[in-house]
Design a protein around this ligand. Structure first.
Ligand code: NAD
Length: 489
């Protein structure tokens, strides 16, 4: 379907990429086109190319060829490309922010966060490139040589969701590329511009050699083709646990490495001695920021019975103070959720929980895609609002009586991504934190944090114990080679 595209986004020129994929330049794919709708208005926003499995196969073969030369490039050549991508992202930051706001329905500060985090990923990846690539080993025979060093994997497939499209593309691409890999990036069909077109354009401006990066918008079918492609050596997947399972199964057939960053059901735990106002402020940000559409959002507020009334009252007050509307309007804090499918899912989770006995203290009914910040109490452990990842601006409050019970409630999930614990005593909070089964834990803070130098990832169904960021990206995007010789080299 051809759509009329509205808006005044200034960069990159739409004539260059509309209806196309990025695969050795901007080309029209076999897969046709993919329309993008602005969630705040319901209006068409853009039209990109959709990559068919045949387009993916062609891209995989070309990436494998171009990747060999890229792997042989000097480290400083690769670092220069990332430095220029960093410069291009700074230069175009206003246009990038506009795209993120309009395509994903986040407020401008969400756009700024993604840009800053994307820059952080580029800078951290540049640092990774200067780490020693290997080890000199003791040879088995006197006078011999034994060396082990890291080499690129080849072609890396990167599959990303819509909720932080630029960041989740960049956090895999930046280390993968600087370490000498080629890449196929498949952005989510809801955000193919900020998670795909812009990324391609940044690396194009940065002088990345043709064919090293291919951007292949499409849905699950395109993603499956990326995972199965014979040239793809590793898949870096961010998305739902359900899709992650399928990715792992298909990648397993090809004995490929797979990094899975999946869903979460994260708790913010408020101990009896917490600063209740500060904890509620962190709770509000963790559950309502970007409409709760984050894997690291707080899906449970587990609060000591002595302070639960004060905490809930503060959370409700903060929820009611958040203006809802088009994220481009001044003062708006809560924009639309991304799609009707997501809005209906949030509605179902809340409505079923209310039928089961939960009480809505604020929010709870939506207007179209605008779902208001919602606080629920009288929540029990059988309700969907307790058991399921909500991915919406909903804060279920559950009281506890002793710390053992708080640990048990917070750990009562198959996920294990992140958590936050609040207490005026750091030793107490630290001791409590050690008892939670999560890959990440933050004290007196929000649950929703990330940093380029940290090993981001979860336990249980939140992933396959993979981590992305920090030095773990070196592990993820390279493999070892061992070489020996009878004499010295
Ligand atoms: P999703 O799994 O439906 O889609 C994510 C991406 O995978 C999209 O690009 C989609 O097209 C693709 N995809 C879907 N099925 C596929 C398949 N079978 N093979 C290959 N690719 C496939 O995710 P969603 O529900 O749209 O996104 C939200 C989910 O992502 C939440 O569960 C959230 O917690 C999770 N998430 C996790 C992290 C993290 O770092 N742990 C970060 C952000 C989001």
């Amino acid at each position: 379907m051809t759509m009329t595209v509205t808006g005044e986004r200034t960069w990159p020129s739409a004539a260059e990429w509309t209806g196309r994929i990025f695969s050795e330049g901007w080309r029209y794919p076999e897969g046709g086109t993919l329309g993008v709708i602005e969630p705040a208005t319901g209006e068409p926003l853009a039209e990109v190319g959709r990559a068919s499995p045949a387009d993916v196969a062609r891209a995989g073969a070309r990436a494998a060829r171009a990747g060999s030369a890229w792997a042989a490039a000097t480290v400083s050549e690769r670092v220069d490309v990332l430095s220029r991508a960093d410069r291009a992202l700074r230069e175009h930051s206003e246009a990038v922010r506009e795209w993120i706001v309009r395509e994903s329905g986040g407020v401008p500060t969400k756009g700024d966060y993604e840009i800053a985090a994307g820059l952080g990923q580029l800078q951290h990846a540049i640092g990774l490139a200067s780490l020693p690539p290997g080890e000199v080993l003791t040879p088995q025979a006197p006078g011999g040589t034994s060396l082990a060093w890291r080499v690129p994997l080849g072609v890396v497939g990167v599959i990303a969701p819509w909720n932080a499209p630029l960041l989740f593309a960049m956090r895999a691409l930046a280390p993968a590329l600087v370490l000498g890999n080629a890449a196929l990036l498949k952005p989510d069909p809801l955000t193919p511009v900020s998670g795909g077109v812009l990324v391609a354009r940044l690396f194009q401006e940065a002088g990345l050699p043709d064919g090293v990066l291919h951007v292949l918008p499409g849905g699950a079918e395109t993603g499956r083709a990326v995972v199965a492609d014979r040239h793809v050596a590793m898949v870096s997947f961010t998305g739902s646990t359900e899709a992650g399972r399928e990715v792992a199964r298909v990648a397993g057939e090809g004995l490929k490495r797979v990094s899975l960053e999946l869903g979460g059901k994260n708790s913010i735990v408020v101990l009896a001695d917490a600063d209740v106002e500060a904890a509620a402020a962190a709770g509000a940000v963790s559950s309502f920021g970007y409409q709760g559409q984050a894997c690291v959002a707080a899906g449970r507020h587990v609060v000591h019975a002595d302070v639960v009334e004060a905490y809930t009252e503060a959370l409700v007050r903060q929820a009611k103070a958040l203006p809802i509307g088009d994220p481009r309007d001044d003062g708006v804090v809560i924009g639309p959720v991304i799609s009707e499918r997501q809005a209906a899912r949030i509605e179902r989770i809340v409505d079923e929980s209310v039928v089961g006995g939960a009480r809505v203290l604020t929010g709870g009914t939506r207007e179209g895609l605008f779902y208001p910040p919602t606080v629920l109490d009288r929540v029990d452990r059988t309700m969907p609002v307790f058991t399921e990842e909500i991915f919406g601006p909903v804060a279920p409050v559950i009281p506890f009586h002793g710390e053992d019970q708080a640990v048990e409630i917070a750990n009562d999930t198959a996920y294990g991504l992140t958590a936050a614990v609040h207490s005026r005593s750091l030793p107490r909070a630290t001791a409590f934190a050690q008892r939670l089964r999560t890959g990440m834990i933050h004290i007196n803070d929000v649950s929703a944090k990330d940093a380029a130098n940290a090993p981001f990832g979860g336990m249980g169904l939140s992933g396959n114990a993979s981590r992305i960021g920090g030095t773990s990206s070196l592990e993820q995007f390279t493999q070892w080679r061992w070489m020996t010789a009878p004499g010295s080299l």
